[in-house]
Design a protein around this ligand. Structure first.
Ligand code: COA
Ligand code: AMP
Length: 630
């Protein structure tokens, strides 16, 4: 890339998006180069490079082998929970992906078919994703911490031909058998996939149902490699479900062409990486960070990626991240602030950190939730490295705002994600749709067209896409976050303006949690909202009003509600507080005053809203909450 400045990229991407991105598109390898920039997508959003032809898996693997990188490590699997490590070169990973693609083709998977992947952090999860891409099939990875009910919802929405899974996952020292969870999900789902493929892991092997369940290793070994299938730039690569404001998750659809171009561009501009270097995103393949920066971007760009099956702490200690960085010579590392909060809590003085040679590490990247200034300061002080906050979402697939180190390194400001990334024309709008003034907080929006890599739409629901993102401010994409831009043009993202909460970097819908809590027979009404938590950023808290005449003890209902959410959503929801109250504060028109409740629970000063129907309720709730915390 030329040594163009940030401003030059930003201005060109804004004034001539098609010209700018077609030029970027020429920097990756296509089977047929695109001549078309952006156009409307059937799914409701914008598609890029619709007339181009490529194959994302070929681009991420075979192309590097052809270019002489076959012997370079493509993937380093580091698994403290099993005590194993494995390196797969580009040639080896290409071979395994081609063979597993052959296995999937043998099960009837072809272009456009969906495959659900419910797996722990093992190389086969990556192989499964890339094998789908090789066939032009559409994968939908479901985070392993979700319960059967969540998996079933996604199976019914995506209607996969095949589901890929493993016999178990390992949470620190706890074996989580996945197969019974998969079986339960398949029993709950209305859609029946034709087959499942199960990776048998030695800590807990699974029983396989003849005719439906296939053994991964045997199937892969018995299959012939499949050739990459050319797809259109605008064809879907994957669906990734994320929490919206209702109980039903949104299936974010990503394309092949725009995604590949954005991934390539971001490795250079956002992360300042060079091909051949080691990049590590300490996340999970079940989240967008895992899709973009464990799997696709590093491989498309020719880096080595690290797949880490462990935690920041307890596997075995708070030095784990530093060990991985040092041992694998990681140059760029990306994780969520909550991971460093966990490390800092256990190793505040960095004693474990100082045991490792971290001279390889150039930069730390943080996203997934707000990077709180104390965590930023600690990291900065301990590492002396650039600590770069960047802001993005499942929907965009890459950073909307970042410190674009590949172009220019702006002074770091704690609490700011720095500048809008070239391609994202970020504006702050007030409730009337007028631009906010400098420093004034409002809705963070992006002027259309969104750049390549962003969502095509919501799977089979263009209307939901329109109403969730486009309707509020015509001509803009509504991010759902609130924030402001300061006098120097730096963006500060302050938090969600809707019912989405962020628990340890995991996105959850309070609307969905409420639906589950409300389904309990003793519950008349409830409100679930996020409260501040020092480690996880936010935690969900439920306030519950019991039905008249309910004879069950409040404590018992509360315990049942906690168990119910764990059963339905999974442990990852971290729903551990359900407080029974007599009534909920509402506006005169009957709307629950969530903001007021959140401030109350956080111990913040509460301005009594003029619309409240009965201010005395607030005192009652305050004392119920005080009783909860003892
Ligand atoms: N499969 C099964 N269960 C899982 C799981 C998985 N893949 N991931 C998490 N869980 C379980 C945990 O075991 C825990 O169960 P428990 O309630 O029985 O203890 C529960 O879900 C909550 O998990 P988590 O919120 O991750 O809490 P934790 O205490 O285990 O770990 C952190 C806390 C901060 C160390 C951890 O959240 C972390 O590493 N976060 C990094 C953030 C991240 O990767 N974000 C992704 C976007 S970048
Ligand atoms: P997800 O779609 O799971 O990646 O979650 C996206 C949401 O996480 C965003 O809408 C924000 O609310 C939050 N988020 C992600 N990165 C940041 C960041 N750097 N600063 C503040 N919030 C962030």
């Amino acid at each position: 890339m030329s040594s163009s400045s940030y401003q030059e990229h930003f201005s060109r991407a804004a004034s001539d998006p098609d010209g700018f991105w077609l030029e970027q598109a020429r920097r990756i390898r296509w089977f047929r180069a695109p001549g078309q920039g952006h156009s409307p997508a059937a799914q409701g959003g914008i598609q890029w490079f619709a007339d181009g032809e490529l194959n994302t898996a070929w681009l991420a693997l075979d192309a590097h082998v052809q270019a002489g990188r076959g012997e370079q490590s493509a993937l380093i699997y580091d698994s403290p929970v099993t005590g194993t490590q494995q390196r797969l070169s580009y040639a080896e990973l290409t071979g395994r992906v081609a063979r597993f693609a052959g296995a999937l083709a043998g099960l009837g998977v072809g272009r456009g078919d969906r495959v659900v992947i419910y797996m722990p952090m093992v190389p086969e999860a990556v192989i499964g994703m890339l094998a789908c891409a090789r066939l032009g099939a559409v994968h939908s990875v479901v985070f392993g911490g979700f319960a059967p009910h969540e998996l079933a919802i996604r199976i019914d929405d995506a209607r996969p031909k095949v589901v890929l899974s493993a016999s178990c996952g390992i949470e620190v020292d706890r074996i989580i058998p996945y197969k019974p969870l998969l079986d339960a999900a398949l029993a709950q789902a209305e859609h029946t996939p034709g087959a499942t493929v199960v990776l048998q892991r030695s800590p807990a092997r699974a029983g396989l149902q003849p005719g439906r369940d296939h053994d991964w290793t045997a199937l892969e070994a018995a299959s012939a490699p499949a050739e990459p299938v050319p797809v259109r730039g605008s064809d879907p690569l994957y669906i990734l479900y994320t929490s919206g404001t209702t109980g039903k998750p949104k299936g974010v659809v990503r394309d092949n062409g725009g995604h590949a171009v954005a991934m390539h561009y971001s490795m250079e501009v956002v992360y300042g990486m060079q091909p051949g270097e080691v990049f590590w995103a300490a996340s999970d393949v079940g989240w967008v960070v895992g899709h973009s920066y464990i799997v696709y971007a590093p491989l498309i760009y020719g880096c080595t990626t690290v797949l880490y099956e462990g935690k920041p702490v307890r596997t075995p200690d708070a030095g784990a991240f530093w060990r991985v960085i040092s041992e694998h010579r990681v140059a760029g590392m990306f994780t969520a602030p909550t991971a460093f909060r966990a490390i800092r809590k256990e190793d505040p003085d960095g004693a474990l950190m100082s045991q490792y040679d971290l001279s390889c590490l150039r930069r730390l990247f943080l996203a997934g939730e707000r990077l709180d200034p104390p965590t930023y300061e600690w990291l900065k002080q301990r590492t002396g490295l650039p600590v770069l906050d960047h802001w993005w979402q499942t929907e965009t697939g890459w950073a909307i705002a970042c410190n674009p180190v590949g172009l220019e390194y702006f002074p770091e400001k704690p609490g700011s994600a720095t500048r809008p990334t070239p391609g994202f024309q970020v504006e702050i709008l007030d409730p009337d749709g007028a631009p906010c003034s400098t420093g004034q907080q409002g809705a963070v929006c992006v002027r259309q067209p969104l750049p390549p890599g962003c969502l095509l739409g919501i799977w089979e629901d263009p209307e939901r896409f329109r109403s969730a993102y486009l309707e509020r401010y015509p001509g803009y994409y509504l991010s759902g976050d609130g924030g402001y831009i300061d006098a120097e043009g730096d963006l500060f993202v302050m938090g969600r303006m809707d019912d989405v909460i962020n628990v340890a970097g995991h996105r959850l819908s309070t609307g969905e949690l409420e639906e589950i809590v409300a389904s309990h027979p003793a519950v008349a009404e409830c409100a679930v909202f996020g409260i501040s938590d020092e480690l996880k950023g936010q935690l969900p808290l439920g306030l519950v009003v019991l039905k008249d005449g309910c004879t069950q003890a409040a404590r018992e209902v509360s315990t049942e509600l906690i168990a119910l959410v764990r059963e339905k959503v999974g442990a990852v929801a971290c729903f551990r507080q359900a407080v029974v109250v007599h009534r909920l504060p509402k506006t005169r028109s009957g709307k629950i005053l969530r903001r007021t409740l959140r401030d109350l629970a956080d111990g913040e000063p509460v301005a009594v809203p003029s619309t409240i129907d009965d201010p005395a309720i607030l005192e009652e709730i305050r004392s119920s909450l005080a009783a909860r915390s003892g």
